[in-house]
Design a protein around this ligand. Structure first.
Ligand code: SAH
Length: 215
């Protein structure tokens, strides 16, 4: 067995110990090669349970957080999910094994282009991604049964609540600064009524409105 495969098994066992019990989520994480989404310099750390830097000053989330948020969504292979914050593309790749269709929006052009190439290379053909401001969601594709936001918002963007379908689930980190963010799960019932659960403290890069100006 190669070094990556052994490390990957150790990581999956660690995620189970940390409370990830959904076997479809664990198996999706096992099937996606995280090293592909990580800059060359950090590739040997791909299966450590840590966040790592990617381009444009952003980060690929810690595997535990990816697994935790995915499990919170309660994924269904019949459904369609919107991700705000494509970043490296890793979270979208994991989602692609669990949902019928994945839509993902990123505001940094280099990240968007790189992720689109990876989805093609790994034949993840049920992911559609675009460069745009995810704060506004993706109106043309709405409603979504599930929404996952992978950057921290000061407040839940109204457009995302609007684009969440009835019986929908949204998972979003909310908080003003990096030291004070909470993971929220928002559910919409079949009458369109909202309920909100405050979950664990987290640390995400900020959700920023508008497209990024590349320097
Ligand atoms: N899901 C990513 C995590 C990336 S970090 C992964 O698996 O690697 C969060 C990402 O959200 C960053 O790439 C950041 O540029 C992006 N982001 C922040 N605000 C955004 C917005 N308004 N619209 C789209 N993407 C945004």
């Amino acid at each position: 067995m190669n070094e990556n495969a052994a490390q990957k098994i150790r990581l999956i066992m660690e995620l189970r110990r940390q409370g990830i019990s959904n076997t479809s989520v664990l198996s999706a994480m096992e099937r996606i090669p995280r090293e592909e989404f990580i800059p060359q310099t950090f590739r040997d750390r791909a299966y450590e349970n840590i966040a790592l830097p990617i381009t444009s000053g952003q980060t690929i989330s810690q595997p535990y957080i990816v697994a935790y948020m995915t499990q919170l969504l309660n994924p269904s292979s019949l459904k369609k999910v919107l991700e705000v914050g494509t970043g490296s593309g890793y979270q979208a790749a994991v989602l692609s094994k669990l949902f019928r269709r994945v839509y993902s929006v990123e505001r940094h052009r280099p990240l968007h282009i790189n992720a689109a190439k990876l989805f093609e290379k790994l034949s993840l053909s049920n992911i559609t991604c675009k460069l745009g401001d995810g704060y506004r969601g993706w109106k043309e594709q709405a409603p979504f049964s599930h929404i996952i936001v992978t950057a921290a918002a000061e407040e839940v963007p109204a457009a995302l609540v609007d684009q969440l379908g009835d019986n929908g689930v949204m998972v979003i980190p909310v908080g003003r600064d990096q030291g004070d963010q909470t993971m929220l799960r928002i559910t919409k019932d079949h009458h369109g009524m909202l309920a909100e659960e405050e979950l664990i403290p987290v640390r995400f890069v900020p959700l920023v409105q508008g497209l990024a100006v590349e320097v």
